[in-house]
Design a protein around this ligand. Structure first.
Ligand code: DP6
Length: 347
């Protein structure tokens, strides 16, 4: 029997954004979202069972890049406490967790989706190995791992699939608030070739964390309208992907990114995570698209960096555009380029 397992799990970028949580449940999204996994931005995590745990609370050691990381312990402890009732492994074993990211620190790229995704995969796998059942009574590895990952960080639950992942209930899809599912539809092949160039505008710590940002939607006068639009956008973006309507796809992706930031600006207290470089890049992208007709588009997460999305067939043009027009707005001329659409791998 194996008492040690390693998984590599990608990060993901949302096309329709999760922003806001339902009250009255642990980590339930106020609206459904859809994302692509980022193949080359990964966390690799090993979990080893060291010895039993009779303490009645989670017992673990956490190492990042080979070093004990005390500063991460509260987050891991909180996660293991949340999944405690669903996992015999966590209740009965001491876990030695070692993790590393394949993208550089200090780029402002959130690693929690990849990190919690990889840790959840390890726990679901070991649980099955030791106890013959997946956590929380799931009959399927991906659902169990996605369910666990969600309790670490909401967006992490979408990192489990090579196909676009939907998280959150929506009448058109067989989706759930508890875990993400892969999009079950035939989409135009162009959307399976997407690349993401992450343009590092600001590598600093964000002034408001995502978790605090979600909380500010409670009491936000625009929140209910935003949730309604996100529901419509999810239905419409999937239709655009099925019929190959790139123009509609771009409209929804960019509008979603701007709405995410608009909600931050309309929160109380209000805040602004875009930097001048973010806006300059967005305007360059619009001008370039107008001039060339190439289907390049931006999205944003809760920060200043810009994700430039484009299909594989214009990779050379996109690289040229970045080098000649966008790098000037990037901190230390940094950007990271990744393919999309990979599932976690057992190593
Ligand atoms: C802006 O998943 O980081 O990236 O659930 O509190 O951990 P918690 O928040 P998190 O929120 C990320 C939101 C987003 C949009 C998205 O990924 O859908």
């Amino acid at each position: 029997m194996n008492n040690k397992v390693t998984y590599q799990c990608p990060s993901n970028i949302a096309l329709v954004k999760y922003w806001g949580k339902k009250s009255g449940g642990p980590q339930l999204p106020a609206n459904p979202s859809i994302s692509l996994t980022l193949a080359d931005l990964c966390a690799t995590t090993t979990v080893e069972i060291a010895y039993g745990n009779v303490s009645g609370k989670p017992s673990f050691q956490f190492m990042l890049e080979g070093q004990i990381k005390k500063s991460f312990e509260p987050k891991i402890e909180q996660f293991l406490t949340k999944i405690w009732e669903h996992s015999q492994l966590v209740q009965n074993q001491t876990l030695v967790i070692q993790s590393q990211n394949n993208f550089p620190h200090g780029t402002g790229i959130a690693s929690s989706a990849a990190g919690f995704g990889a840790l959840a995969c390890c726990i679901a796998d070991l649980e099955f190995e030791l106890y013959g059942a997946y956590p929380a009574g799931f009959d399927n590895f991906e659902k169990a791992a996605s369910f666990l990952a969600r309790l670490g960080s909401g967006s992490a639950c979408r990192s489990l699939y090579a196909k676009p992942a939907i998280w959150g209930e929506h009448p058109d899809f067989n989706s759930s608030d508890l875990f993400a599912v892969p999009l079950d539809a035939d989409i135009d092949p162009i959307f399976s070739t997407f690349r993401d160039a992450v343009l590092i505008v600001d590598s600093g710590e964000k002034s408001v964390s995502s978790t605090a940002g979600h909380a500010l939607l409670t009491g936000n006068a625009y929140a209910e309208s935003r949730y309604k639009v996100a529901n419509q956008n999810l239905g419409n973006i999937v239709e655009a992907m099925k019929s190959g309507k790139m123009h509609s796809f771009i409209n929804i992706v960019e509008s979603e990114a701007l709405q995410l930031h608009a909600m931050m600006m309309a929160s109380s207290p209000y805040y602004l995570l875009m930097r001048p470089g973010t806006v300059a890049i967005i305007e360059k992208i619009w001008a370039y698209r107008e001039k060339t007709g190439h289907p390049l588009m931006f999205t944003l997460d809760a920060g200043a960096n810009v994700h430039l999305l484009y299909p594989e067939n214009i990779h050379t043009e996109a690289m040229n555009f970045i080098e000649t027009e966008l790098l000037v707005f990037c901190e230390n001329k940094q950007y990271l380029c990744t393919r999309t659409g990979t599932a976690p791998k057992k190593c």
